[in-house]
Design a protein around this ligand. Structure first.
Ligand code: SF4
Length: 364
């Protein structure tokens, strides 16, 4: 795709026109939630948040992989890192996520734990080949976006006959989480801006229930200002007409049927399981467990890891933020005890976390 084409998607005149149409057609209030950390940042970076009509309420949902990783899962990472026979392989954004007592993987690494930051899961295979006397455990977090690559890495590990490569499977799936949010009486969401990356893998079908069962609209959306404004305008119109829809406005990247190859690789290795989400709790069927045929690479089975509810980090309101019940500024620790330099909760750790985005971009 040429950059010229993309330029049309942040054309100021078109944006102004869409904003005017939004103001003219909005009836009452529209509370929309985006479910992707990249959308959170895009809405702030483009300045859209301050330009939206007053009645359009922007909520950031559980779309940042690090933010929804449960305290109990972080504790499991830390416990594994303490083992002399284990080398941890992880993406860098997990390093500063706090677990028990505020401890994180960075602190464990400083104390001598073998924690390696990698840039691709395939780097973990290299690490395993170079360290045959240790078990290399890759920390599998994220959504349907990363799960196919992790599955592909496991398939490669088997092809390479690596005996010391494991995955700790804490992946989560988005459609089930959206249902849990709509079932929660505390949340008030009129429609969703659906994540572009996740949808590129799973397509539209898994979201159909949002209109059929919950009578809300949900739109797969790109990350440019025109993409976002057009989806908001569609959402307003469909609500005015009383005809909620699930549609795809990001057709330049996302196919309605998703990426069948990626899904096939993912399903070869993973099957649906239950998952604990930070601040939301247990959501049946919203996780990805490793299938029996791949049990030899399952760190959960090998190390007997179980995940259970633990008290949230003292004072941190990430749970309420992730459900759109409060905005980050309503957390008493925001910009005081909790800053990107010294984060109390995960929503301030990741650059895609809502609290970090509000801290960096929100003008008081
Ligand atoms: Fe948690 Fe910090 Fe966000 Fe408050 S500001 S919800 S303590 S991450």
């Amino acid at each position: 795709m040429s950059l010229d084409i993309l330029e049309e998607f942040h054309n100021p005149e078109l944006c102004r026109k869409l904003l005017d149409q939004l103001s003219a057609e909005l009836e009452g209030e529209l509370r929309f939630m985006e479910v992707c950390g990249t959308h959170t940042v895009a809405i702030f970076q483009s300045g859209l948040r301050s330009l939206l009509p007053e009645g359009i309420v922007h909520l950031s949902g559980p779309g940042c992989p690090v933010c929804v990783t449960h305290e109990s899962e972080v504790n499991a990472f830390l416990d594994l890192a303490e083992r002399d026979d284990v080398i941890i392989a992880t993406f860098g954004d997990l390093m500063r996520v706090p677990g028990h007592g505020g401890r994180n993987l960075k602190a464990a690494q400083a104390d001598g734990a073998r924690v390696n930051v990698i840039y691709s899961p395939f780097d973990a295979l290299k690490l395993a080949a170079e360290n045959p006397d240790s078990t290399v455990v890759f920390l599998g977090v994220g959504f349907e976006t990363t799960a196919p690559t992790i599955a592909g890495t496991m398939i490669m590990a088997r092809q390479q006959r690596l005996k010391n490569f494991r995955v700790l499977p804490f992946h989560k799936t988005v459609p089930e989480a959206l249902a849990a949010l709509m079932d929660d009486v505390q949340t008030r969401i009129d429609g969703f801006i659906l994540p572009g990356h996740v949808s590129a893998v799973i397509g539209l079908e898994p979201y159909r229930y949002i209109a059929d069962k919950y009578q809300r609209s949900a739109i797969v959306t790109g990350f440019e200002p025109v993409d976002i404004l057009q989806s908001l305008l569609d959402m307003v119109r469909w609500r005015n007409e009383g005809t909620p829809k699930v549609t795809n406005n990001y057709t330049r990247i996302v196919a309605d049927e998703g990426n069948k190859k990626a899904m096939s690789v993912m399903h070869q290795v993973f099957q649906p399981g239950d998952a604990l989400w930070r601040g939301i709790g247990m959501i049946p069927g919203s996780g990805l467990d490793i299938r029996e045929e791949w049990a030899d690479m399952d760190a959960k089975r090998e190390f007997g890891i179980t995940i259970e509810e633990v008290p949230p980090l003292p004072g941190c309101k990430c749970g309420e933020v992730l459900k759109g019940i409060i905005s980050p500024e309503q957390c008493p620790l925001f910009k005081k005890a909790c800053t990107p330099a010294k984060p109390v909760g995960p929503c301030m750790v990741s650059t895609e976390g809502s609290c970090a985005a509000y801290y960096k971009y929100k003008v008081d």
